[in-house]
Ligand binder design. Structure first.
Ligand code: F6R
Length: 369
């Protein structure tokens, strides 16, 4: 049933191109417009929204962090992302014109469900992004957009994460389209890029041998740090979370710009630092800033593992280990840059002799607060 893979996790990582394609299926018209049938909110409801809150836990929260960048950039309305376990205790300001997006693979996470109930009591509109048909969170929401990732068996979330990203991109583009913020041809251009990600991802998955070798090398590290900027920041957090939960190693993710405000003191001779580099196309400024952060950590002895776009040859000089990923527009890049980090965590855990699919102390769905 593992389809020839040693672990469900590896199988699910390999299924990601198909999971993305399935999540896009039927959601795009021939003219490249977004069609979201299961969204039982009228276009007028969605036009009336003046604020978005995303609530989620763990990996789904990281998807929400990426979504914030995309939604604010495309839709031009404020979008906050919050840990579901914190949301209602903060007494957030919600009303009819607030859209709360709850992201949950299982649809049963108690913290996220409680955030949904709180939002509904305050009259906010609630839209669920969920991978499990008929689960509690979509049932209690005003609308649902299902990710068609198929069942995720491994405790650590992989394909659910990428499909959650796709779902939030679709929602962002849909909102931008009906609110008239983006022209149809601009939406169609992004959609075209989304449609090409499964092929790009297949190509990436075929070039992961080096990452496996690297994993064997890193298995005795006492800590691994991850840095990124913009959408690369949540990717760094996700890479660190995967390593903690699977390999039981100390790992931390940082916004690259925060390093000099404290965490750089952690860098010692040989400390592995995984650096997620933005595309040199588009926002080249951001890429250059990350490259200078890489130089800073390297000057202090870090061993740098650099995830950068194919063809970005200049970063090679600062990389002790380079992991090239196919080109994608900046906002879609997490669909590529996350994948080597999933494999790295999985292979390090396996090299340390852990049960990759069933890490200690964890359950697939967390139904207590
Ligand atoms: C990490 C992981 C967890 C879940 C989190 C939310 O690999 O799987 O962090 O992402 O417990 O679960 P769902 O998405 O089911 O609400």
């Amino acid at each position: 049933e593992k389809g020839g893979y040693d672990y469900f996790m590896l199988k699910e990582i390999a299924e990601q191109p198909q999971a993305i394609a399935d999540t896009l299926l039927g959601r795009l018209s021939d003219r490249g417009e977004i069609v979201l049938d299961e969204v039982r909110l009228t276009d007028q409801d969605l036009r009336d929204i003046d604020k978005v809150f995303i609530v989620a836990c763990g990996t789904a929260y990281h998807a929400g962090m990426v979504a914030k960048y995309a939604i604010e950039h495309w839709v031009r309305i404020p979008c906050e992302v919050e840990l579901a376990s914190e949301f209602r205790y903060r007494d957030p300001i919600l009303d009819r014109s607030t859209l709360v997006i709850a992201i949950s693979q299982s649809g049963e996470t108690m913290d996220t469900l409680m955030a949904v109930r709180h939002a509904k009591e305050q009259k906010a509109r609630v839209l669920a992004i969920c991978n499990t048909n008929g689960s509690t969170i979509p049932r209690e929401s005003d609308a649902v957009l299902y990710t068609h990732g198929g069942p995720e068996i491994a405790v650590a979330s992989t394909k659910a994460f990428l499909t959650q990203l796709v779902a939030t991109y679709l929602i962002g583009l849909h909102l931008a389209q009906i609110r008239g913020v983006m022209y149809a041809d601009e939406v169609a251009a992004v959609v075209e890029k989304l449609r090409s990600t499964p092929d790009a991802l297949r190509e990436l998955l075929n070039s992961m041998e080096d990452v496996r070798a690297l994993a064997r090398d890193l298995k005795t590290a006492s800590t691994v740090l991850f840095i990124g900027r913009h959408v690369g920041f949540p990717v760094a957090l996700e890479g660190a979370l995967k390593l903690k939960e699977l390999a039981y190693m100390h790992a931390e993710g940082f916004a690259a710009g925060e390093l000099k405000h404290g965490p750089i003191a952690l860098i010692d001779e040989g400390t592995p630092v995984v650096c997620v580099v933005p595309s040199p196309a588009g926002r080249g400024v951001m890429r250059d800033k990350v490259v200078s952060n890489i130089q800073e950590v390297r000057a202090r002895g870090a061993r740098t593992i650099v995830i950068a776009e194919e063809g970005d040859e200049d970063v090679r000089a600062y990389a002790d280990h380079l992991i090239p990923v196919p080109h994608t527009p900046t906002l879609l890049a997490p669909l590529m840059t996350t994948v080597p980090l999933q494999i790295l965590a999985c292979e390090i855990a396996a090299a340390r002799g852990h049960d990759v699919d069933q890490p200690r102390n964890l359950a697939k769905s967390v139904t207590v607060e």
